[in-house]
Design a protein around this ligand. Sequence first.
Ligand code: AMP
Ligand code: FE
Ligand code: FE
Ligand code: ZN
Length: 284
Amino acid sequence: MSDGPIDLHTHSSVSDGTETPTQLVRAAVEAGLGTVALTDHDSTAGWHEAFAAAAGTGLTVIPGMELSTNWGPASVHVLAYLFDPNNGDIVAETARIRDGRLHRAEQIVERIAADYDLTWDDVLAESSDGTTLGRPHIADALVRKGFVPNRTAAFESILHWRGGYYVKYYAPSPVEGVRTIVAAGGVAVLAHPVTSNKYRPMDDAVIRQLVDVGLFGLELDHRDNTVEGKARLRTLAKKFGLELTGSSDYHGEGKPNRLAENTTSPEVLAKLVARGTGAAPFVG
Ligand code: AMP
Ligand code: FE
Ligand code: FE
Ligand code: ZN
């Protein structure tokens, strides 16, 4: 493994980041990272390109994904690392989620189109083939049309879940999600579990259920976690023997988050790598 800062949560244009996996790896090298995890939403399509780009750079790439799950009306993200990308359940479940996201994006655009001059083609123009489609791509179309100045403004208005145009999409429950990741040899970490815009924070009983099916850790250091929430995560980690990670959730220019603005300790990375059996880190 490489020395240097460890950032375990980033997105490329395979989902809603603005840089290709190659550009993202270059940015990670430039930022002086030792290890970066590529965690596109519901897709492993960027893994090989990221490995190829990292070859010879000294950067270690941890192959990962951010799995969408639904906990009642709330969307809960689960980071998955070092799982077998060809595992049948992973392949089927992520295909189902991506398909649901596509139809849901069409429905959101249909609703917006009643009030704004926005078409499905405008949204397709903001993403490449096979991309895990999300509201960020609709946001980019709204920006290009001049209805909002940037992604963040779009999320605070038209695309907000209370904005009047929101539609949910299919995703498994958090327990099913963690179980599937672990069964594929992967390591599961709850992403940004205590953000202020949460519909409802997960209670201890649900966390216990996740621990029972093999949850490894909690993403503690993330810019969207609240101060009070972080205190609760530390308590939960002690109570359930969970590891704590930190990461940027970098989306290129799609979000203000910068690489390595939060990092994970080498000790926790070592435990994570020891736990994952479905894929190996790529040491560039
Ligand atoms: P979706 O998964 O389609 O419901 O959209 C949620 C995604 O949009 C998340 O993965 C975030 O990374 C991204 N997102 C949320 N809020 C913002 C924001 N203010 N600016 C840019 N991207 C955002
Ligand atoms: Fe995202
Ligand atoms: Fe997320
Ligand atoms: Zn993310």
